[in-house]
Design a protein around this ligand. Structure first.
Ligand SMILES: [Zn+2]
Length: 482
């Protein structure tokens, strides 16, 4: 029986779906104004493992992930100031493109990352800009119910009118006033009131007609409107990063439950931030990585996927190149295990020294794997069970106890586990030498400098070292052992 840690209950709870055999799940998706960083991607890998394990456990999962392409202000994440720049506008100004072009470009990059990381596709990825009508309708209803108010073309949610405000994050409205350090919007009645609709300044490109002003929706309302649209009034699981608990998810609850009068989500799951070398990731510290930065160093996306699963999703994990190298070594071990068993299975020979009992020992490991996953998706424990299975199998192979039949049994158990781990073991998985990476980096520099003769020479050099190189967009590349 699957137990998951529910942020709302502040404890692990047995998972029970609303409809038997079916799960509705909503994941807060990216704001598409820049590349997703590896911390975001770790969260989406954790969500993918959850989805895969629910499917493994027999559920049919309807997964929805939004794409934020309007309304997310830079200050929205830290407080409720309803001030700050629009992230889409910020990206547009930085790259001298329109917000729509920025959204299209980074949405495509995001989907590329998901695919490389073998993250299963959601049923639907609704865009905020395509659902403004639903957000306006919801905002109108909230005003009608007395839960929201309009001032000067802006509409705010009145948190004091929703008695349960704070039930997810534990914040208390009266405590804030004492230690408030929020920049308050002049039109707000309470510092925690948050925008449902904002009047657009003249220079703002993305704006819509509404009953209140020519403007744009607040960030939080999009998730309420789109999840209700695609999953109904009550969903089973809502996920996000820990930074979403407050204010984003607290506000989603206030909006949705204020609107429907029903419970919004049964289970709230949050992943913790990823640190880099023990520190918070930031562009100014130079420890900010996107997936492309990892691939450029010759790693495979699966190295990162395995790294991400090596820590419990709700504990603090620190990324480092050493930790990624460890994942690389482990992935190699898994790939060798699969390859060796595949060869023995295909060989068709009986074991030299068969045991009296058939080798059903693999199923004991599968059971332990399931126990680990049932316990709030404990992937580090599940992986340690796999590594034990690999060690034991290698011992049995050395003792001549594994023939074709036994190898097939162990392989089928591994394949079951890997439906959840989602590791793609291509032939390219293996050691990429530092020398090869150095040549590939030199070739990248030559390509950026449009020195194609040198680039070709370096490709040949890589060939002699035993590598093939595939060129990817933006001068990225992928090295493979031949
Ligand atoms: Zn959201």
């Amino acid at each position: 029986m699957l137990k998951i840690y529910n942020t709302l209950a502040r404890k692990k709870e047995e998972f029970k779906s609303i409809n038997p055999g079916k799960v509705g799940m909503y994941n807060c998706g990216p704001t598409v104004y820049d590349f997703a960083h590896i911390g975001n991607l770790k969260t989406y890998i954790a969500t993918d493992v959850l989805r895969r394990y629910l499917e493994y456990s027999g559920y049919e999962v309807r997964q929805i992930m939004n794409i934020t392409d309007v309304g997310h202000l830079t200050n929205d994440d830290t407080n409720q100031a309803d001030t700050g720049e629009d992230k889409m506008m910020k990206g547009a100004l930085r790259e001298k493109k329109t917000p729509q072009e920025i959204a299209e470009f980074y949405t495509e990059k995001f989907f590329g990352d998901l695919e490389r990381l073998n993250i299963e596709k959601a049923a639907y990825y609704p865009r905020a800009t395509a659902h403004v009508a639903q957000m306006i309708k919801m905002t109108e209803a909230l005003i009608e119910k007395g839960l929201a108010y309009e001032v000067n073309g802006n509409v705010f949610y009145s948190v004091e009118k929703f008695p349960q405000y704070g039930k997810l994050s534990g914040i208390k409205l009266d405590e804030l006033k004492a230690g408030a350090r929020l920049e308050e919007h002049p039109d707000k009645k309470h510092p925690y009131d948050f925008s449902l609709w904002l009047k657009a300044p003249k220079e703002h490109i993305l704006k819509w007609e509404s009953p209140w002003s020519l403007g744009y929706p607040g960030w939080h309302i999009e998730c309420s409107a789109m999840s209700i649209e695609y999953l109904g009034e009550t969903m089973d699981i809502h996920t996000g990063g820990e930074d979403h608990i407050f204010p984003h998810h607290e506000n989603e609850i206030a909006q949705s439950e204020g609107y429907t009068g029903k419970e919004f989500a049964r289970y709230w799951m949050h992943t913790r931030f990823l640190l880099v070398d023990g520190q918070k990731m930031s562009k100014s510290k130079g420890n900010f990585y996107a997936l492309k930065d990892i691939l450029a160093k010759g790693y495979d996306p699966m190295h990162f996927r395995l790294f991400a699963m090596s820590g419990l999703y709700r504990t603090q994990v620190s990324f480092s190149w050493t930790a990624l190298d460890q994942a690389k070594t482990n992935l190699e071990k898994i790939a060798n295990f699969e390859r060796t068993l595949g060869e023995i299975a295909a060989g068709g020979k009986a074991a030299e020294a068969p045991q009296d009992e058939p080798v059903d020992f693999a199923y004991i490991y599968l059971k332990r794997f399931e126990e680990a996953m049932d316990d709030d998706l404990n992937t580090p424990l599940a992986l340690s069970v796999l590594y034990e299975l690999i060690t034991e199998t290698n011992k049995l192979i050395a003792a001549g106890k594994i023939g074709s039949a036994e190898a097939k049994v162990i392989l089928s158990v591994w394949n079951k586990m890997n439906r959840v781990f989602g590791l793609v073991l291509t032939e390219g998985i293996g050691e990429v030498s530092q020398e090869a990476v150095a040549v590939a980096e030199e070739r990248k520099a030559a390509r950026i400098g449009k020195d194609f003769q040198k680039s070709d020479e370096l490709r040949d050099k890589l060939g002699l070292l035993g590598y093939s190189i595939e060129d990817l967009p933006d001068n990225e590349y992928k090295l493979r052992k031949k």
